[in-house]
Ligand binder design. Structure first.
Ligand SMILES: Nc1ncnc2c1ncn2[C@@H]1O[C@H](COP(=O)(O)OP(=O)(O)OP(=O)(O)O)[C@@H](O)[C@H]1O
Ligand SMILES: [Mg+2]
Length: 413
């Protein structure tokens, strides 16, 4: 088991374009790190440089305290689990798991011991005599992981292992991978562009855009304290709503009326004129359902509802608004980059399932002023990010992880 440290890693392919651009990232021993971002942002390239399948143009790759830039993949003792698990169809599950040990000419006793242990952890003992063709997708995935376990690899590396599966199986496998990683406490780097996987699996998530790190933080910090528009728009579904606004003293004039800022936020937007206000769907409510005590903490506005979607436990209301052309364009561009079709000049708000708000009618909404973020429309920076609150969220997640890894290792002896 090992930590992975990347220092100013750059990868330029033939045409000189930096696919990975000065990435510095520390992954702790036993940590589950997610690399996420839109297609082409450099996730696979970064992962392949960790394993050694891709040369590093400049920078240092340090695994378990040793610089490995010049080490061949087989000398790095890492295990890469690809999208298709590449099991040998003619070999039994037992022999598939044993494969790396056979390559090392390990004695039979040793093989039996290690395969049995791995099968225990993976709950595969009943299937050891079967061929891969007779296994479910989830079981096959476990066999692939078994192979990594018997090798006693220092880290697991996954590149979109679930992207070929249907939604239901993907959900099951996601849970399975999370459970296994917790139980084994093995350092894991997992590439995905699925934000649900990113949010549910990782101890921390590294968000990449065009080869550059945007933010590295626990899922909760990313969600609550994103550094910029890109991260804010990428994490969360439906996405954060972005409204154009003008700053006037400590208030923001938005298409949905005036939002009062607290002192900290007001200070952060001092000197700005035009901004983008970000507010997540769940921080809106049907105004008639907000209790009197809470009402003054937010602002109330009237708007016409375009569409409602009732989901059982909540419902979404789509509220179009008018925006200057440049804002519309900016949202369109962000939307395209994030591969989302939902960032438009309409707010998607989540309201209580019991709300009687109906589509095509005017309704009164409330929004929680305490939860707004304010972004600089030019740089995309989150001007009102509370860095201390964010760091605290990630610190707590790290503490949980350390405890879990310790427990796992004690159990494993
Ligand atoms: N062998 C190569 N030669 C030249 N350019 C490459 C090569 N491999 C990747 N690239 C470029 O490097 C950038 C990063 O590619 P990479 O495969 O790492 O992206 P990714 O984030 O894994 O995307 P995806 O989600 O589509 O898998 C892209 O612009 C890609 O076109
Ligand atoms: Mg890729």
């Amino acid at each position: 088991m090992a930590s992975i440290e990347m220092r100013n890693i750059v990868k330029k392919y033939g045409d000189g374009f930096p696919a990975v651009n000065d990435v510095s990232l520390d992954i702790a021993d036993g940590e589950f790190m997610i690399l996420v971002g839109p297609s082409g942002c450099g996730k696979s390239t970064l992962l392949r440089m960790i394993v050694g399948l891709e040369d590093i143009t400049s920078g240092d790759m340090v695994i378990g305290g040793t610089r490995v830039n010049d080490k061949a993949p087989r000398d790095r003792n890492l295990s890469m689990v690809f999208q298709n698990y590449a099991l040998y169809p003619h070999l039994s599950v037992y022999e598939n798991i044993a494969f790396p040990l056979r390559l090392q000419n390990a004695p039979d006793d040793e093989v039996r011991k290690r395969v049995t242990e791995a099968a225990d952890v993976l709950e595969l003992h009943e299937h050891l005599d079967r061929k891969p063709a007779n296994l479910s997708g989830g079981q096959r995935q476990r066999v692939a992981m078994g192979r990594a376990i018997v090798r006693a690899a220092d880290a697991f590396l996954f590149d979109e292992p679930l992207s070929n599966l249907d939604a239901k199986l993907r959900g099951q496998m996601r849970t399975e991978i999370a459970r296994l990683q917790r139980r084994l406490g093995i350092t894991t780097v997992y590439v995905t562009h699925d934000q649900t996987e990113a949010m549910t699996l990782g101890d921390r998530v590294c968000v990449l855009r065009k080869g550059l790190i945007q933010q590295v933080a626990s899922p909760r910090e990313l969600y609550e304290q994103p550094v910029n528009l890109f991260v804010a728009g990428f994490i969360g579904s439906p996405p954060m709503n972005f409204l154009p606004a003008t700053v006037s003293g400590s208030s923001l004039e938005t298409p949905f009326g005036t939002i009062e800022l607290d002192e900290r936020r007001a200070k952060a937007v001092e000197g700005k004129e035009l901004v983008l206000v970000g507010i997540r769907p769940e921080y809106f409510e049907d105004a008639s359902l907000v209790d009197e005590a809470k009402r003054p903490l937010g602002s109330v506005f009237t708007a016409r509802v375009d569409v409602t979607e009732w989901l059982g436990d909540s419902q979404y209301a789509y509220i179009p608004y008018d925006a200057p052309e440049d804002v519309t364009l900016q949202l369109k561009e962000l939307s395209r980059e994030l591969d989302s079709d939902q960032l438009r000049t309409q707010a998607i708000v989540s309201i209580d399932a019991t709300s009687r708000i109906r589509e095509g009618r005017e309704a009164e909404f409330w929004l929680d002023s305490r939860k707004v973020h304010v972004f600089d429309p030019e740089t995309g920076d989150n001007l009102t990010r509370d860095a201390d609150a964010g760091a605290e969220l990630t610190r707590m997640a790290a503490q949980d992880r350390v405890e879990q890894v310790e427990q796992a290792r004690q159990k494993a002896g």
